[in-house]
Design a protein around this ligand. Structure first.
Ligand SMILES: Cc1cc2nc3c(=O)[nH]c(=O)nc-3n(C[C@H](O)[C@H](O)[C@H](O)COP(=O)(O)OP(=O)(O)OC[C@H]3O[C@@H](n4cnc5c(N)ncnc54)[C@H](O)[C@@H]3O)c2cc1C
Length: 304
């Protein structure tokens, strides 16, 4: 077995929701090289593979994950003029702070999103009228080989299973949309990226960042969650408003409850399970559909 791989690791330790069972195999990849080695191990050993960032937008089922979870942790970065070159496990907020030190900004309204740059690209994370897609200049992407390609290789040359080399892509590759990108369907992994920032005074950036942090403290509950649970159905209709109208605040199922502060935040009170979360979220979606004929779509990913 690869020396970085551990067995039966509780996944609740690696998600902000804090629920879910164990991973059959689990490893942290703190470099691109380790990531590719681990991915290769997974393929050679016919494991299904899930790549985790900071775990702030995913939930694992109570049965856990019967495969290999690779937690990507490579986070080196550098700046070249106004371009940030980063390995994508770097946290978005850490990047914003580092850029501020050298008077580079633009992304400060994304401050406080508790995910990695890679997770942000996957979901086109956004807040306060801006999104990560506005900054991506290029990326180094690992495209997951298709099963049919692997089966062919296994048949023709089983001792030489190869994985594709990562390739550089431009922003158009990602087909960014609202909390969406091509990565949702092709499951490619962004290993590193370049982001174009703006020259701006550190003081100015700090002011915006602090206002945003204050706003988050005022509006969002503290606790184990994955942020907004449902996507907003449209630009001028928020899921939080609809949920509030059906009396969602305070509703509870087992150890999962809707925050009293924000109707689109579901919180793990401590002993919540995936089953509780499924039940509560289905109940909420049903209530909204019944009253408003609007189908809410999950923003949080349930890992299969
Ligand atoms: C309190 C709170 C507030 C939040 N506020 C916001 C907000 O304002 N706006 C917003 O958009 N989101 C928000 N979120 C959700 C979440 O933080 C973002 O979606 C974040 O970008 C997820 O990043 P992550 O590293 O945690 O990804 P994970 O949760 O680890 O993974 C999410 C998905 O991204 C994929 N992924 C992870 N890394 C990579 C990579 N390098 N390449 C390709 N795919 C990858 C994973 O496979 C998975 O499918 C909030 C969450 C919390 C808990």
């Amino acid at each position: 077995m690869h020396p970085l791989i551990q067995e039966h690791i509780p996944l609740k330790l690696y998600t902000t929701f804090g629920i879910g069972g164990v991973a059959r195999y689990f490893a942290e990849a703190n470099s691109i090289e380790h990531f590719l080695e681990l991915y290769s191990w997974g393929i050679t050993n016919r494991q299904k593979i899930f790549v985790l960032g900071m775990g702030s937008n995913v939930v694992f089922p109570d049965e856990g994950y019967d495969g290999l979870v690779i937690r990507y942790t490579a986070k080196r970065f550098t700046f070249q003029q106004n371009i940030a070159v980063v390995e994508t496990a770097l946290s978005l907020s850490a990047l914003i702070l580092e850029a501020e030190k050298i008077n580079l900004g633009g992304m400060e309204r994304l401050f406080g999103i508790p995910g990695s740059v890679g997770g942000a690209i996957y979901n086109n994370a956004g807040a306060h009228g801006t999104e990560i897609s506005k900054f991506v200049e290029s990326a180094l992407v690992f495209e997951v080989p298709r099963e049919v390609e692997l089966d062919t290789m296994r048949l023709l040359d089983p001792s030489n299973l190869t994985i594709p080399k990562p390739k550089i892509v431009d922003p158009g590759y990602f087909k960014f949309g609202y909390r969406n990108s091509l990565l949702h369907s092709n499951r490619a992994i962004v290993l590193s990226t370049t982001l174009k920032l703006k020259e701006r005074s550190g003081e100015e950036i700090k002011k915006v960042r602090e206002d945003i942090a204050f706003w988050r403290r005022e509006k969002q509950p503290v606790g184990k969650s994955a942020g907004s649970f449902f996507k907003n159905p449209s630009l001028n209709m928020s899921a939080g408003y609809l949920l509030d109208q059906v009396g969602a605040k305070g509703m509870q199922e087992g150890g999962i409850m809707v925050s009293d502060k924000h109707a689109n935040f579901l919180l793990n009170t401590g002993k919540g399970t995936f089953t509780d979360l499924m039940k509560l979220s289905e109940r909420l979606a049903h209530l909204v559909e019944e009253k408003f004929q609007v189908k809410l779509e999950r923003e949080v990913e349930f890992v299969q």
